[in-house]
Every structure is written in structure tokens, then in C-alpha cells.
Design a binder for this molecule. Sequence first.
Ligand SMILES: Nc1ncnc2c1ncn2[C@@H]1O[C@H](COP(=O)(O)OP(=O)(O)OP(=O)(O)O)[C@@H](O)[C@H]1O
Length: 262
Amino acid sequence: MRDRQAAVDAAGVTVEFSRGRRKEPYRALDTIDLEARHGEITCLLGPNGSGKTTLMNVLTGLLRPGSGELRVLGLDPVADRRELLRRIALVPQETSLYPELTARENLEFHARYYGLAAGQLRVRVDETLELVQLGGRAGDRAGTFSGGMQRRLALGKALMMKPELLLLDEPTLGVDVQSREAIWTRIEEVASEGRAVLLTTNYMEEAQRLGHHITIIDQGANVVRGTLSELTAQVPDVERVEVPAVGLQDVFLHFTGRGLRN
Ligand SMILES: Nc1ncnc2c1ncn2[C@@H]1O[C@H](COP(=O)(O)OP(=O)(O)OP(=O)(O)O)[C@@H](O)[C@H]1O
């Protein structure tokens, strides 16, 4: 039975892109089912081009599905988009920071845009800078930041307004292990506060570490859904890839430490 309280409740969602008058439209999503619950992290996995970003665009009301049922926080993402965008936050693959503004100015601009009262603004921005471990670089321009710092600032921007649903499109793409650990910890905190997180990733260890629920799609269609143990139970022993008890990540962190780099 589907969970009526789920933050994301999608059933049979289909999206087609037109390819001109002479060609059949391209079906990027084909009757997709997806659920993301409050207090949990749901990981959406799929090979390149499987439709993950298209699905994110549907959830934020940027794309209207051709068919299917969809509720995000109980709302219709297209019809109720204004309200939805006040209650969710999306961190896209390309971080949407202003490179000429400092880290602090980026957050202040965002907070003002979302109507945070002036009295709360300073405190909230300071808290957020500390949360993503950028307090010491608050006055530096975002354009001078490394990839990992930019990702942390983009995450901070999303977390600052305390969204009920956090959507992350490949949150740790190209960042070092230290920043990745910091980002993972923040994401886990969001879920432990009872909010919902839905993230796409191509990193299996990310889904393995974070995902309470995992949904795998391929060529726009559902392949399998469940908890990690439900999914691994479906793979025969002979197909299992052996993983050493101490992994390379442990070696890397042992020798380079957990301290964040610039
Ligand atoms: N606006 C568009 N017009 C036509 N086709 C599109 C459009 N947007 C996406 N597609 C196609 O839909 C399919 C799904 O693309 P999408 O970007 O959602 O995949 P993805 O799973 O996010 O891939 P990646 O892992 O590479 O980010 C691809 O074949 C893509 O070329």
C-alpha cells in the first residue's frame, strides 16, 4: 500500500520530449513510481541518461508529466508551484551561486529573497556558515572556492530555509573525501530531524551509506525499489563482488585525516 503521508508520492509518471513533427516523441520517463518519506533518505540511482534529472524537474514543477499521479508535500507541483518552492529546496548539479558575492552575501541574498526577517537573518546565516564549515571563509568570494567548498555552500543555501523536502542532484559529484563526509553528515541530520531527502547519485557507496530506501531506474523505467538489505537479498551469491573489510576510503582518511581542505 502506498504511504499517503509520503513527501513524494509518484505513480505512473510519464514524460515525453518532442523530437519534431516527423519523429516519435522520446519517452524519458515511462510510468515511474517513486516514494520519499519524511525522516528518511531516498536514493535514486540509474545509469547516465536514465531520467533522474528529468524526474527531479517533474518534482519541482519545472516539467509537467504527460500522465500519472504526482503529489509533493501533498501539492500538485505545477499548479501549486509557488507554495511548493517555499517548502522544498533543490541543489542542482550545477551549483547556482553568485561567484562575485562572498559566501555570506550569497546566503544573505538567498535568505532575503525567501523573506527571512532581518532580525533572524544574521543569526541564521552565521549558523549556516558554521554548519557547512565555511565560517572562516565567510568574507571570500564564492568564485574563488574549490569545488568542495562550492558544494558545501550550495548545500548550506538549501538547508538555511529548513525545507520539508530536500532534493539533491548528485550532491558530492567531484568533491574530496573530507567534503563528502561533511556533506553526508549534514544530509543525515536533515533526515534525523524528520524531514525528507531525495538524492540522485552515481556513487554506490553514497547510496549504501545514506539510503534508507533505494530506487533504481533505467531507460526511464523502474527497475527495483527497497531497502539495501531487501535489494541485496535479490542478488545471487555467484554475482556478488567481494569488497575488502578495510576499504580504500579508510586508507585515504587514515593517512590524510578528516579535516576539511580549502
Ligand atoms: N529537454 C529535453 N529534450 C529532449 N530530450 C531530453 C531533454 N531532457 C532530457 N532529455 C533526454 O531524456 C533522457 C534522460 O535525461 P536525464 O538528464 O533525465 O538523465 P539522467 O539520469 O539525469 O542522466 P545523468 O546521470 O547523465 O545526469 C536522456 O536521453 C536525455 O537526452
